[in-house]
Design a protein around this ligand. Sequence first.
Ligand code: HEM
Length: 211
Amino acid sequence: MRHPTWMRVIVHSAGLFPLTLIGISVLRGSLSVNPIQDIEQRFGRTAFYFLVATLACRPLSTVFGWYALLRYRRTLGLYSFFYASLHFFVFAGLDYGFNLPEIGKLITEKPFILLGLLSGSILLALAITSFDWWKKKLRRKWTYLHRLVYLAGLMTVVHYGWAKKGDLFNLRGDILYPVLWGIMIVILLIMRIPMMRKFTSNLRYISNKYR
Ligand code: HEM
């Protein structure tokens, strides 16, 4: 089924909005004192938000009956991959000039980068196989492969929290947001369990019946 034009406009505007904002900050010179790190972090956070939005489509459609959302899952996922790629290129290219020995050394010092790379590799595999040709070719295996998006979500939230170097037992500083996002991802995961899906769609059915 073709997607309504206005919905596509909204989704792509939302997808390109963060890039525009970052571009404006670069042109106005209003980035932080460490501009490369600032851009890298902004791309990372944007990739993460689009990943969470992708994960939320199925549960939201089950709970509220917004099935139209499912049509935009692929686009949202591709935006997450797009921003994750920019995040990676700013890190590896702009920050480290693709100096592989230096990057390898950094990974041994900061293992959270390895988690980012693993999560990024999952997003790459999912982006490549997100097209209908692969769906037809892989059939059931496609469904299993694309469930890895939840693993990518969990790994990214740990990557995010670890990058903030916060104190887990002092839930006030920078670590607070990654922890809250982590809780959100776990809730979204729980809502994927078939029993929970059945329960929420039954609830919706009952509330619609007595409205
Ligand atoms: C592809 C391989 C990846 C590499 C090499 C990588 C590397 C990094 C590095 C070095 C940082 C710390 C930046 C700093 O504070 O100086 C970071 C932070 C972060 N990364 Fe990644 N990352 C990768 C993948 C991802 C992916 C796939 C996502 C999201 C889907 C992501 C989201 C984030 C977030 C949210 C932060 C924290 C940003 C902040 O401080 O506000 N990263 N990453």
